[in-house]
Design a binder for this molecule. Structure first.
Ligand SMILES: Nc1ncnc2c1ncn2[C@@H]1O[C@H](COP(=O)(O)OP(=O)(O)OP(=O)(O)O)[C@@H](O)[C@H]1O
Length: 343
């Protein structure tokens, strides 16, 4: 059975005051026309409905499929804000049922990740990376669209519970049991976890004597004991030294070889380059780039450099130019091949 994935490629780009426009197709050399100093006035989808390209995929190779997923958080507005606006808000509230604010976090994301891929996820603060990971684990449901996963992804964050009063050894055993391993499986995995943590010399000490980097390493080592099909790592590797990263890479390679896939969310571009075969850049809630790590990271660095020097227009140009190169994906499933929904 197979899952067709459709690529809609045409987009219309208008730039300059002359109102020139040209339909560009993603993945063509025409994009060279767009030099960095050109001003983009507008980027919009081409209105013309073109026959989509259909790429045939084997469903057994798919780990995760995200289909036009958007996420809007609905939160209560702060009381100070409500108080300062009381008179107006009371009147408005009568009409709109207010007191609630809507925070858009992700907009219309579609992509497919295959078994064996290691995907780096980058983006500036608040761009939507963690929200996407929460969608993948099923912790939250998308406001619109759908997220599918062939098995429940295991999220490894820096906040996994460790007990401060217990030793490293006891934490390994407890942590593995808490993740659902049987005592026999814990015994089987124990040495691997110890080796991966690289903390042999400190394992008899209580956890409260560990540095935050040591604690993160232990968390990481414990979490990878479960051989998850889909592993999500959120920032946990940043604190590790070069030796730890080398060991981690070996373990992640093993996880991938066991037909799994790995998502690594990190602000450490060096770690991402070292570990990942594919990089997604999420910015302002949109999937801006998805592909070769070197290329995506280069665009991202250019963008953040402009931003940090307050060159907002230039940053916007990099944003628009990068978005142009992304071939949007639309997902259709054949009957019976749909993986289960995440969550
Ligand atoms: N529980 C929540 N309720 C309301 N808004 C939220 C919630 N979680 C995240 N947001 C908002 O959603 C947007 C995306 O946040 P998210 O945490 O996904 O970004 P991020 O890329 O992981 O950021 P960072 O790199 O700083 O960790 C932000 O505007 C954030 O304020």
């Amino acid at each position: 059975m197979s899952v067709p994935v459709r690529n809609y490629t045409p987009r219309r780009v208008n730039w300059g005051s002359s109102g020139e426009s040209e339909v560009l197709t993603a993945h063509t050399g025409e994009l060279d026309l767009l030099q960095q100093d050109q001003l983009f006035e507008e980027i919009a989808w081409a209105d013309e409905a073109r026959e989509p390209e259909v790429e045939r995929l084997d469903a057994s190779q798919i780990a995760v499929a995200v289909d036009q997923a958007s996420m809007i958080y609905k939160i209560r507005s702060s009381s100070e804000y409500r108080n300062s606006q009381r008179r107006i808000s009371r009147q408005l509230g009568r009409i709109t049922g207010s007191g609630w604010a809507h925070v858009p976090a992700l907009q219309d994301l579609s992509f497919v990740v295959r078994q064996g891929e290691s995907v780096g996820v980058i983006g500036t603060n608040g761009s939507g990376k963690s929200t996407l990971m929460k969608l993948l684990t099923g912790k939250i449901r998308p406001t619109t669209g759908e997220v599918y996963a062939t098995s429940t992804p295991v999220m490894l964050g820096v906040n996994a519970a460790l007990v401060k009063q217990l030793s490293g050894r006891e934490n390994i055993k407890l942590g593995c049991l808490a993740m659902g391993l049987s005592p026999a499986q814990v015994a089987e995995k124990y040495e691997m976890v110890v080796e991966l943590s690289g903390l042999e010399a400190s394992l008899n000490l209580p956890l409260k004597s560990y540095s935050s980097g040591m604690a993160s390493r232990l968390q990481f080592a414990i979490a990878t004991a479960v051989d998850p099909d889909i592993l999500i790592i959120d920032e946990a590797l940043n604190t590790g030294d070069a030796q730890f990263r080398a060991r981690t890479k070996r373990r992640l390679d093993e996880v991938r070889q066991q037909a799994g896939c790995v998502f690594l969310v990190s602000h450490s571009l060096g770690t991402i380059k070292q570990m990942c075969s594919r990089v997604m850049w999420i910015e302002q809630g949109r999937l801006l780039a998805d592909g070769d790590p070197e290329w995506v990271i280069q665009q991202y660095q250019e963008y953040t450099e402009h931003k940090s020097n307050d060159r907002l227009r230039s940053a916007q140009i990099v944003y628009d130019r990068t978005l142009l190169q992304l071939g949007p994906v639309r997902i259709d499933f054949d009957g019976g091949t749909r993986p289960k929904r995440a969550g």
